[in-house]
Ligand binder design. Structure first.
Ligand code: F6P
Length: 347
């Protein structure tokens, strides 16, 4: 579920809109990470800072996402501020989910802090909540913003992959392989919940990669019945079964689904495992480091070339620019081919 940002444009119209000339005269670029952290955010920060230095921009680090932006938690960054971070999970800039930035008053304060700190463009790294904030703020103040997709969920339009997704699915797969060992030894059915509040993309890939019996995701409502049929009429000689569930309200949490299965199928020895936030931590994979580095370079170059209020992504291995407005409006849906693969291979 997305919470809409307040509009309240009339209240802030007294702020001078930036002219195209001002837009072109960017000297100091602010960088922040916001929302849930994802592995590779540090590699993205490093790429942004180093590229900005390369092109003679000043760089201002902003701590704790939009919260820090409102409070003016700014500090200068240079080439050395980002040494030895490419391999680290989390974000050296820290992150937060800001309620205040959803309000007109909060965004006004943020704008004033940017003026005070002489920051004239922003690069924000985060997921759809971050993009909503960026889109609203950029539109209200005509402030140049470039966003980078940093979320384990991979649920943003305009990029094939988001920074952190590859690491997260590999972390999940490693955990599920371990669960499979114990499932196999005890001939059990495991319901495994992975992250992805509004999207089943982590669940579907890890489900295929882990050889799951079924994948229950918010995007398709009928697969619960298909699972019941399979447990009722399908092969009984399997020595272990893994059912993947994406967190979220639909089709229910792994614990709820586990409860239903235990009641309907008492013959199955059923257990539930919720992987949780381990999926967000750890050293980023090489794919995430390279993606973050390429997008970070492209973000600074985009500002230099006059792009603003766009998300930089990678589609078919090419850098792409998607208006923020577009990237937040659409919801990623699961390719039905993925579901077919699960079904055929779980015979
Ligand atoms: O960052 C995305 C995400 O990990 C989602 O998959 C998950 O639903 C959410 O963040 C959890 O957020 P929190 O950090 O508030 O627990």
């Amino acid at each position: 579920m997305h919470i809409a940002f307040e509009k309240g444009l009339s209240e802030i119209l007294h702020y001078q809109k930036r002219s195209s000339k001002e837009m072109a005269q960017i000297k100091n670029i602010g960088v922040l990470t916001s929302g849930g952290d994802s592995p590779g955010m540090n590699a993205a920060i490093r790429a942004v800072v180093r590229t900005a230095v390369y092109y003679d921009f000043e760089v201002t680090g902003i701590r704790r996402g939009y919260e820090g932006l409102i409070k003016g938690e700014f500090f200068p960054m240079d080439r050395k501020s980002v040494s030895n971070i490419i391999q680290r999970g989390g974000t050296i800039l820290k992150t937060a989910r800001s309620e205040q930035f959803r309000t007109v008053e909060g965004r006004k304060q943020a704008y004033e802090q940017l003026q005070k700190g002489n920051v004239d463009a922003l690069i924000t790294i985060g997921g759809d909540g971050t993009f909503r904030g960026a889109e609203t703020f950029g539109r209200e103040f005509n402030f140049p913003i470039i966003a980078l997709p940093g979320t384990i969920d991979n649920d943003l339009i305009g990029t094939d992959f988001t920074i952190g997704y590859d690491t997260a699915i590999n972390t999940a797969i490693e955990a599920i392989d371990k669960i499979r060992d114990t499932a196999e030894s005890h001939a059990r059915l495991f319901i495994v919940e992975v992250m992805g509040r509004d999207s089943g993309l982590i669940a579907i890939r890890t489900g295929i990669g882990a050889g799951a019996e079924a994948v229950l995701i918010p995007d398709t409502s009928s697969n619960m019945e298909a699972l019941f049929d399979r447990l009722k009429y399908g092969r009984k000689d399997k020595s272990s079964r893994i059912v993947m569930v994406a967190e979220g309200e639909e089709p229910g949490t792994a614990i709820e689904i586990g409860q239903v299965i235990k009641e309907k199928f008492p013959d199955y020895d059923t257990r539930v495992s919720v992987l949780g936030h381990i999926q967000r931590g750890g050293r980023p994979s090489c794919m995430d480091r390279v993606l973050a580095s390429r997008l970070g370079v492209a973000a600074v170059e985009a500002l230099k070339d006059g792009h603003y209020n766009e998300m930089i992504g990678l589609v078919h291995d090419q850098i792409t620019y998607t208006p923020l407005e577009k990237s937040i409006k659409h919801h990623i849906t699961i390719n039905p081919e993925f579901l077919k693969v699960v079904e055929i291979l779980s015979l």
